[in-house]
Ligand binder design. Structure first.
Ligand code: NPQ
Ligand code: MG
Length: 371
């Protein structure tokens, strides 16, 4: 395969309701798409970076710059020796920038698999044609507002509720949701690193609610702190922001810092590394689930294929398009009896809708193979 050109598209997609976490509150989802044109066909992918370096060190304009200045020049140089599998080894000299790397690796994987008429699900060895859907519920201004959203999602059929927490918004909302919807509700929390080692006793109080897991309670680089917390509380500790590679996943598991792992392909450098983390986790009996970055249909399609792999034994943040958007930029992903169907078509299995791209695009830039 040979890379001919890449289009970087910036899109501003309004959210149906504000999404507040311990690190931001947004009502517009700004996203970058990577559209790869090769001699074997075209591929599409979504960059997981936010517009600000708040979830991770990466952000839109930074990701576009590293693609433009370092990543794409190297991939053009590969000529016909390019493949999705060649991306990570070729770009190994570039430190971090995993979300930027993941975006081009995924777009090339989409082009490669569309050409070979293979779906992402087949490429990953997925074993399910639909996956159970959880939903991530942001921090709200009041408990009644939270309850109305949670009730709405349960009425839609979501099989698992994830509550965003932060100091001052933790024990009460969790207690109210557990007491209101009962002991059988699959319930978990996500702190996005909002607590410290001084909060262990506060976090231990959440043990009374029989949560599936507590996600990323403290600073992402504090592996030992998560291992100590895992020893100190009953609720399983799940890592998100910390797990940026298969090597870190292996160490976190060995240290006892990761009892469950949230796999986000963009965060770990792509789907090929995600499969490695899946395999390491299965080998160590560590459950994994597919996390989300508020993806549009282009990113959501690929995540659903990954979430259909055998080791993804917990419901993911693989929610329906309607969780975030009035209008998605591909055919919408719809919740049916708490599940979402895995695309079966070649590559990611969905196509962007040109007129909707036009509605939300704020910039489009082509980077062509140098002569
Ligand atoms: C998480 N995802 O699991 C992330 C947090 C996140 C579904 O909770 C814009 C603003 C994009 C906030 C992407 C979910 C975001 C965002 C992800 C929060 O930690
Ligand atoms: Mg998280």
């Amino acid at each position: 395969m040979k890379l001919e050109a890449v289009e970087l598209i910036r899109l501003n997609v309004p959210l149906k309701s504000a999404f507040r976490t311990s690190f931001s509150s947004v009502n517009m989802h700004e996203v970058v798409w990577v559209h790869a044109v090769t001699d074997e066909g075209e591929g599409w992918a979504e960059c997981g970076a936010n517009d600000r370096p708040d979830y991770s060190s990466e952000y839109h304009t930074g990701a576009m710059a590293v693609l433009r200045e370092f990543i794409l020049p190297d991939l053009f140089k590969l000529g016909n020796d390019l493949s999705a599998e060649a991306v990570a080894p070729t770009l190994h000299w570039i430190k971090q920038h995993r979300m930027a790397k993941a975006a081009i690796e995924t777009a090339l994987l989409d082009a490669q698999l569309r050409a070979s008429k293979t779906s992402f699900a087949e490429y990953f060895g997925a074993t399910r044609d639909k996956v159970p859907a959880g939903v991530s519920v942001g921090i709200m201004d009041s408990l009644p507002e939270l309850m109305s959203f949670v009730e709405g999602y349960l009425n839609e059929g979501y099989v698992r509720i994830k509550l965003k927490i932060e100091p001052g918004w933790d024990y009460e909302p969790v207690k109210l949701v557990r007491d209101t919807f009962g002991p059988d509700l699959l319930l978990q929390v996500d702190a996005n690193t909002a607590y410290t080692r001084d909060d262990f006793d506060l976090l231990k109080r959440l043990d009374e609610f029989n949560l599936l897991l507590i996600e990323q309670p403290i600073f992402e680089e504090d592996l030992l702190g998560h291992a100590k917390l895992a020893d100190y509380i009953e609720t399983p500790v799940c890592l998100d922001e910390t797990i940026i590679s298969a090597d870190i996943a292996r160490d976190a598991i060995e240290l006892g810092a990761a009892e469950i792992i949230n796999i986000k392909p963009s965060r770990v450098g792509g789907y090929i590394e995600s499969v490695k983390i899946h395999d390491i986790s299965v080998a160590n009996n560590i459950p994994v689930w597919c996390g989300g970055m508020l993806e549009t249909g282009i990113g959501r399609a690929a995540n659903l294929a990954l979430a259909a792999m055998p080791g993804f034994t917990l419901p993911g943040d693989t929610s329906a398009s309607s969780r975030y958007f009035e209008t998605d930029l591909t055919e919408p992903f719809v919740l049916v009896d708490g599940h979402i169907s895995v695309p079966t078509g070649p590559g990611i299995g969905v196509d962007p809708i040109p007129e909707i791209i036009e509605r939300f695009a704020v910039s489009r830039e082509w980077i062509k193979r140098p002569n």
